[in-house]
Design a binder for this molecule. Sequence first.
Ligand SMILES: *[C@@H]1O[C@H](CO)[C@@H](O)[C@H](O)[C@H]1NC(C)=O
Ligand SMILES: *[C@@H]1O[C@H](CO)[C@@H](O)[C@H](O)[C@H]1NC(C)=O
Ligand SMILES: *[C@@H]1O[C@H](CO)[C@@H](O)[C@H](O)[C@H]1NC(C)=O
Ligand SMILES: *[C@@H]1O[C@H](CO)[C@@H](O)[C@H](O)[C@H]1NC(C)=O
Ligand SMILES: *[C@@H]1O[C@H](CO)[C@@H](O)[C@H](O)[C@H]1NC(C)=O
Length: 319
Amino acid sequence: MLVNSLLIASAFMATSIYAWNKDVHQQIGHAAEHLLTPSTKSILYQILEPHYNNSIGLAAAWADDYAHTPKGAFSYQWHWIDSADDAPRYCNVYYHRDCSAGGCVVSAIANQTQILKSCIDRVKAGELLNGEDTTCSQALKWVVHFLGDIAQPLHASGRKAGGNGIEVVFGNKTTELHAVWDGYIPYADANVTSFPNTTIHPFFSNLLSRIHADDFDLPTSEWMACSNPSRALECALNWARDSNALNCDYVYAKDIDGVDLATSGYASGAFPIVELQTSKAILRLGTWLNGLVDGQGSHAQSLVVQTDPSWSMDSDRGE
Ligand SMILES: *[C@@H]1O[C@H](CO)[C@@H](O)[C@H](O)[C@H]1NC(C)=O
Ligand SMILES: *[C@@H]1O[C@H](CO)[C@@H](O)[C@H](O)[C@H]1NC(C)=O
Ligand SMILES: *[C@@H]1O[C@H](CO)[C@@H](O)[C@H](O)[C@H]1NC(C)=O
Ligand SMILES: *[C@@H]1O[C@H](CO)[C@@H](O)[C@H](O)[C@H]1NC(C)=O
Ligand SMILES: *[C@@H]1O[C@H](CO)[C@@H](O)[C@H](O)[C@H]1NC(C)=O
């Protein structure tokens, strides 16, 4: 067991690939910023160090850099949960089976959300200013990052270290399946080679408009059924399961061997999935942060224009 998980961990390390690419994380942060209320912003900007220029978008990729320092190495495994399922035959995630000792993305979201909540209370009490508490600024940066990671299907899959051990071809380049979902597919969808890191790109502005209009195949009420930070562990596990299911529905269900994923139809078929998953990350993040500052869900309803905001606090369905 131990040897096996070490091998998996080192395979993951060796490729040095992790989560949505940095600039995709930054775009999720920039987009979520547009959903924050003025009071959420004023509180969070006391938690973030001044050099982030009051921007959770700029801070959204810190966690990947930190995980690759000796000091931050303990947090590396917090970026994913290795499900012991067998995609595409069957997909599932169980917390006690799959979250390793030392943590996983589900436990890390719960832990850092709780820490962040206490930091927010300290800002409100006038006890914390100017990003001077590292534990607090890190909690915010981890929450921003992990709500992105958990929406990437291969961050909720144990097969070959989240697809890092699966060689594929994309646009005539040999790469790994994980990298294809981290960057190649979003870039191809937006027809770019990278996204800017300080401003929101039109591709993500468009996703924001679609979020406001509730314009996805799956209604926002479904992805926001659990969006209450006081139930962080339960919600994070739901999000992991939601991402995990995509490995059976698409990621491993389509042909990936002996084809060029850029032109075989795999990438274009994945565009709506990537659009939906990044939008989930954006709306969940904005709702989560507002909920932590203003009390659960109080501003969630106004984020989405819809007649039946069934996921808002007042009618929380409970999962
Ligand atoms: C933050 O803002 C300052 C002043 O506008 C600018 O010089 C600096 O480059 C910005 N930093 C980042 C990381 O964008
Ligand atoms: C929670 O986070 C703190 C600070 O980041 C860390 O020291 C602690 O080990 C974490 N606990 C768990 C159970 O992950
Ligand atoms: C891949 O290589 C083939 C043959 O060299 C070329 O025709 C095609 O345009 C290339 N495709 C991409 C996406 O670069
Ligand atoms: C993608 O971008 C290239 C270069 O900017 C441009 O020539 C091409 O028309 C674009 N394709 C689409 C489908 O927008
Ligand atoms: C943003 O991108 C520029 C240009 O690639 C780079 O110099 C800068 O360090 C990046 N900043 C962040 C915060 O990633």
